[in-house]
Structure formats: C-alpha cells, structure tokens
Design a protein around this ligand. Structure first.
Ligand code: GLC
Length: 424
C-alpha cells in the first residue's frame, strides 16, 4: 500500500469541492461537521489558506441560534439519503437539523497556534471565534437547559458513532415507523454487512420525522423526544473544545466571556467525573430518559483523556483495559469492547477501529502523561494505515480496511499526527 504523505494530500485534494472537503466521494458527497475539523488539520500541514477555508465554509451552514449542523448541502444533487427534503430545515444553504461532536474550536486553536501566515490566521480566527462561542452557547442552552454540566444528544447521528451498541436499549424505545420513505444510498457504495441495519434506519428516520414536525425548535425537541443521552464522546470533546475556546478568548474575547467559559468548564469537569466506572475501568455514557448509566464499554469511554479530566488512577485503569483489548484483538482502539456480546469487528461503530478516534484518545493519553499507551495507539494507527490505506475504518483483528476508501479524515489524521514517516 502506497500510504505516503503525498498520497494523503492527494486524497484531500481529490475530495475538495471548492473550499470544503467531502468525507469520501460517492458515499458522503457533502460537508460534514466534525470531518471538516479534522480535514482542516490535515490541510494545515501543507496549505494554510485552504485549512481556514474549510472551517469558514462549514459555518455558512450555522443556524441563527448558533447550532452548527452535521451536514451542509452546499449544492444539492439528489445523491444522498436523507437529503434536504427529509430534513425540512428551511435553511440556505440546505442543512441537516442535528449537530455533531464539537471538534471545531480545537481545530481553530491548532490552526491559529500553528499558523505561519499570522495576518491570515488572525483575520480568520477573529472571525470564527464569535461563531464558535455561539455554537458552544447553543450546546449549553439547548442541550443542557437545567445546567447539569452534561449536554445531551437527541439523535444517534449526533454522536458521530451512529450505531454504537451503547444506544441499543435507548434506541429500542424509538418506534421504527418513519413517515418519510427510506431510500438508502449507502448500501450501493459499501457492503451492507459493514453498514447499519434496516431497522436502525427506520428508527433514525422516524426521529428526523418527529423533529421536522416540531419545526426543529430546541425547546420542543427537548420536551418531546423519546431519546436523550449524555454521550461521553460529545461531552468529552465539548469539554476539550471549551478549553481551546478559552485559549482563543484570551486573544479574541472579553473578560465576561472568559468567565462564562471557565464556569462551564468547572461544571462539565465535575459532571464527566461522575461517569467513571471504577469496576469496568472505563467511563460510561448516561441515559437521561431512563435515569441510568449505560454499561457499554466503547471507544468513547476513553475520551475523557482527550478532555483532560481523567486523573492518574483513571488513566492507569483505562490503560489496563486497553491492554486487555489489544491482547484479545491485535489493534487498538476497537469502537466496542471485544468482551461485549454485541461486538461485531466489521460493522461500523460496533467493533472496527477509526483513525480519528485513535487520534483523540492517543493524544489525550500523551498529554496526560500516559506515554506508553499513547505510543501504542499511535503505532497501531500508523500500522493500520500503512497496510490497508486511508480507509474509513479497520478490522481490529487483522487490520483489514473496511467501509469507504480514500477517506478524508483518515488521510488528514495521518498528516496531522505525522504517521507516514518522512516526506517523499
Ligand atoms: C458516518 C460516521 C460519522 C461521519 C460521517 C461522514 O455517518 O458515523 O461520524 O461524520 O459518516 O464521514
């Protein structure tokens, strides 16, 4: 496999549609929220103006209330399901009605700090800062109206880990009775055994129908949804993003904005701490409808290291958990524990390894001082990409590449994490 830096750059260039990068041609032909944050970090390694453009274009889809949608359909071609006619959000450009994990502020901070063209970086970061602040305020107001410190997702797609077994029980309470017709395009691109099931699609579209009927008004969604989860990935990533937003606020914000972000950080650090399971050696997400913790060990459970809130004992226990998983499988980090009966090594978020998640967990462990675990995760990611290429995800047992090929965020992470050795 020719996994060189030039090959990674060529993927980003080929997936460029005029200032935004599609995750992969065919399967995901529009701009996705957290994919773009990672793509920007990849672009930053060789084309700084293009990195800023990526971030700016995503904000073209931002809603007046601050929400940044998970998909922006800059030029709708009818080649994706669900498209704007199913979302019915009445935005221009058309967008979906839900959001995705908040990696953007982290990407903006990194681009700002790593920039060589200071005037360009200053102009862009200054313009993006208030938009990021508006998004983070939306998270706090719309998704944590009671100020608990944990924000909720109202749709499994918001986690970015669509069909994780962690949502199985809660999602079973959503009736699989969509009004909109289901016209899947994904299974025309990828083998159905590597994709979510039919039943999953019925339920995800049923939720979209419910929310479209409520005009996507946050307060109504909050009241009427049957699905409300405090997901660890979303909360850890947002906590990290608030730390990065605070750093940006030192330069671009006011004292009262800094106080506001710091207060939120205090609250979320304490709330994430409560999700730790000492017995399992990992953090668990929380089902807010059922009022109970979700005992599913998934890769999201290590992301408090990326947030920077995991303490030394917790890092040590998580490292042990990871060692066991690696011994059972071969490669870190499987999206679901191999000790879980629902583990499926080839199906999407139910087992395969995802390079972007490894990037966050690996860097999180490194920053917290757990360098051996960090190194192991980084080495495994490099090995997977150099053997199988820039695939969407990988089989944790033998490293086989799965899902879509020539994937932007896999290429971007390989560049940003410098996994591919010296430049060719
Ligand atoms: C899938 C993934 C999601 C990602 C999107 C585009 O839906 O689950 O995390 O953002 O594809 O790559």
């Amino acid at each position: 496999m020719n996994a060189t830096p030039e090959a990674a750059r060529a993927i980003l260039r080929a997936n460029d549609r005029g200032g935004y990068t599609v995750p992969t041609a065919g399967l995901y032909p529009y701009q996705w929220n957290w994919d773009s944050a990672f793509s920007a970090l990849g672009w930053m390694t060789f084309d700084e103006p293009r990195a800023w453009r990526e971030l700016t274009r995503l904000f073209e889809g931002q809603w007046p209330d601050g929400m940044v949608p998970h998909i922006v359909f800059h030029r709708w071609n009818g080649d994706y399901f669900p498209g704007p006619e199913v979302w019915r959000t009445r935005h221009d450009p058309p967008t979906s009605g839900i959001t995705q994990p908040a990696v953007l502020a982290t990407a903006v901070r990194r681009c700002w700090e790593g920039a060589k063209n200071r005037p360009l970086a200053k102009a862009n970061a200054a313009a993006l800062y208030p938009r990021l602040l508006a998004w983070h305020r939306w998270w706090a107001a719309a998704r944590d109206p009671e100020q608990t410190g944990l924000v909720a997702m109202l749709h499994p797609w918001e986690s970015g880990m669509d069909n994780s077994p962690a949502w199985d029980e809660a999602f079973a309470r959503v009736r699989p009775e969509p009004v909109s017709a289901i016209r899947r395009t994904d299974t025309g691109h990828v083998d159905p055994s590597m994709r979510p099931s039919e039943d999953f699609y019925k339920r995800v579209i049923a939720l979209v129908d419910l929310y479209a009927g409520l005009d996507w008004e946050p307060a109504r969604l909050w009241r009427e949804t049957p699905f409300k989860i405090a997901d660890l990935a979303i909360n850890s990533i947002l906590h990290r993003a608030n730390r990065d937003l605070l750093a940006l606020a030192e330069r671009f914000g006011s004292a009262s904005e800094r106080d506001e972000i710091a207060a939120r950080l205090n609250l979320s650090a304490q709330a994430i701490e409560r999700l730790w399971s000492g017995q399992a050696g990992i953090y668990y997400s929380f089902d807010l409808m059922a009022g109970e913790s979700i005992p599913a060990a998934t890769s999201a459970g290590f992301l408090p290291a990326w947030a920077g809130v995991a303490r030394r004992e917790q890092l040590a226990a998580m490292s042990k958990t990871l060692d066991r998983w690696r011994a059972a499988l071969g490669y870190l980090v499987p999206s679901t524990s191999p000790e879980d009966a629902r583990f499926e090594p080839r199906r999407y978020w139910r087992g395969p390894v995802w390079a972007v998640v490894n990037f966050m967990i690996g860097q999180g462990f490194a920053e917290c001082g757990a360098v051996e675990t960090a190194q192991c995760i980084r080495d495994d990611t490099a090995a997977l990409i150099s053997h199988a290429g820039f695939c969407e995800y990988f089989d944790p047992r033998n490293g086989e590449g799965l899902g879509g090929g020539d994937f932007s965020w896999t290429a971007a992470v390989a560049l940003a994490w410098n996994l591919l050795g010296p430049a060719d």
